[in-house]
Design a protein around this ligand. Structure first.
Ligand SMILES: Nc1ncnc2c1ncn2[C@@H]1O[C@H](COP(=O)(O)OP(=O)(O)OP(=O)(O)O)[C@@H](O)[C@H]1O
Ligand SMILES: [Mg+2]
Length: 147
């Protein structure tokens, strides 16, 4: 599924559509539902995750976890209790992520996990992860593709 977004408001609408699609098509997860967000610097990965948080009933706005690597949020969803937002931008490899308890986090089926810069830690992204590719288009628009 591929959509063009003109602004963060439209990204919010697209996030809702993608989220519903992901939740519908990932019915039988063993562990966490992992969503990898790929895209250049400033493409809109955090904006997308903020919109997801809003749709999942988060009162506080998600802030970029660049310096802390990840943040955990309690969410109101039938299936998932916590949303994890990872930013692997500063990570050179999988090691640090594993030290942060990655395996345990993605092993829990009550977790929905969004990770920016999955390329930096590709070795530990589960094979059943969903991928969203975000890229810059002309006039500041963004292309968002769910694979
Ligand atoms: N669809 C959009 N249209 C226009 N501007 C957008 C869109 N999505 C995000 N932006 C803006 O682009 C800027 C960067 O967005 P964001 O921080 O979400 O990018 P990112 O992919 O998370 O970047 P990074 O790789 O640095 O983490 C923000 O100012 C945001 O408001
Ligand atoms: Mg970001």
């Amino acid at each position: 599924m591929k959509k063009i977004s003109k602004n963060t408001k439209e990204t919010g609408e697209i996030a809702k559509i993608f989220l519903e699609k992901i939740l519908k098509t990932s019915a039988k997860q063993k562990g966490a539902l992992v969503v990898a967000l790929s895209g250049d610097l400033g493409a809109g990965k955090t904006a997308f995750t903020q919109a997801v948080g809003k749709h999942l009933g988060l009162k506080d706005k998600i802030k970029s976890p660049t310096f802390v690597i990840f943040k955990k949020y309690k969410i109101k969803s039938k299936k998932y209790k916590f949303l994890y937002h990872f930013d692997a931008y500063r990570l050179k490899n999988e090691k640090e992520l594993l030290h942060l308890g990655w395996e345990e986090i993605i092993g829990n089926k009550e977790h929905i996990v969004f990770i920016e810069w999955p390329e930096n830690v590709s070795g530990v992204i589960p094979s059943n992860a969903r991928y969203i590719y975000i890229s810059h288009k002309e006039k500041g628009h963004r292309s968002l593709e769910l694979k």
